[in-house]
Design a protein around this ligand. Structure first.
Ligand SMILES: [Zn+2]
Length: 320
């Protein structure tokens, strides 16, 4: 029987092992838990806190690390409990404080790069090769409203895309988006490397609640059951089956100023209707961004501050 080794952590079948895994070339370490079933099976990696103020996933993964036991598993579970620990301490939004970069845009990273690139490289080189599946937990950031949804990797081999979608379909969420979006995201890079991968979004506005953490934990159990890794008590029945959105649009902010949205995440929108108004600091109307098709708002900037070039609203077209 071989140990599963990551950094200085070593776990044998039937064992749970927790501790820090250092990120070479930085003073940083990732808090990691490895839980190995007695019996062999698939290995899954789950991470939270790549965006350090997206708390539902972080809270859920902290609890799952304590609640799941080797007896619940047939296979191995590797948990990166918080991928951006200094960002969490400083309540940073999307960035790693050491370099100001968005960790979910720099994958696969570089061993000679800045702090974000080195974290990404450590995850890509130490964790991804040991995982057959990957789940990345996110939420709506501070100032971001969001409807529970799932991204499944689509910019990868068809076999990987369909396995990703199958995982995503196990979750309790309203919408599923098969993502063709840019590289640099952890789950996108995992999928491009042949690992079926999804990104779960639950919670909003930089907050978390007991109910949302429970729903997130139930989702993780359902997804792990779907891939044959989780054999423990079944989670409660889900409320939604995710419906795939055929089209996703983003309204980019055309001018810096004050933002007065008309609607919020989860609301329906109509083609040609205004998403809201942007005014300058003297009250003058600068712009009225409009929706290009009928659909539903997935997530939206709820801050009064709007910055040119940033995303204001992401919305999806009607489901299949
Ligand atoms: Zn995020």
């Amino acid at each position: 029987m071989c140990p599963l080794t990551i950094g200085k952590l070593k776990a044998m079948p039937g064992e749970t092992v927790s501790g820090p895994v250092r990120v070479p070339g930085t003073g940083l370490a990732l808090p990691v838990t490895i839980i190995r079933g007695e019996k062999a099976g698939p290995a899954a990696l789950i991470s939270a806190g790549i965006h350090p103020s997206e708390y539902v996933g972080i809270a859920a993964l902290q609890e799952l690390a304590e609640e799941l036991s080797p007896a619940d598993l047939r296979g191995d579970l590797i948990l990166i409990r918080l991928m951006n620990p200094t960002g969490f301490e400083r309540r940073a939004r999307s960035a790693v404080p050491e370099d100001g970069k968005n960790l979910n845009r720099v994958f696969p990273g570089s061993p000679a790069g800045t702090a974000s690139e080195r974290i990404a490289h450590a995850v890509s080189s130490e964790f991804f090769p040991r995982a057959a599946f990957y789940v990345d937990l996110h939420s709506g950031d501070a100032c971001e409203s969001l409807v529970p949804m799932i991204f499944s990797a689509g910019k990868c081999e068809p076999r990987v895309a369909s396995a990703s979608r199958e995982m995503a379909e196990a979750a309790d969420a309203r919408y599923l988006v098969v993502s063709q979006w840019p590289s640099g995201q952890a789950y996108g890079h995992a999928a491009a490397s042949g690992i079926p991968a999804i990104l779960l979004e639950r919670g909003q506005l930089g907050l978390w609640s007991r109910e949302e953490a429970e729903l997130c934990k139930a989702d993780v159990r359902r997804i792990l059951a779907r891939i044959g890794l989780y054999r423990g008590a079944a989670p409660p029945p889900r409320r939604h089956r995710p419906r795939r959105l055929r089209q996703v649009g983003q309204l980019e902010c055309p001018a810096t100023g004050l933002w007065y949205p008309e609607r919020t995440a989860g609301d329906r929108v109509r083609s040609g209707r205004p998403a809201g108004e942007i005014r300058d600091l003297y009250g003058k109307l600068l712009a009225v961004p409009k929706f290009a098709f009928d659909g539903v708002i997935l997530y939206q900037n709820e801050s009064l501050s709007a910055v040119e070039g940033e995303s204001l609203v992401t919305y999806g077209g009607d489901p299949e």
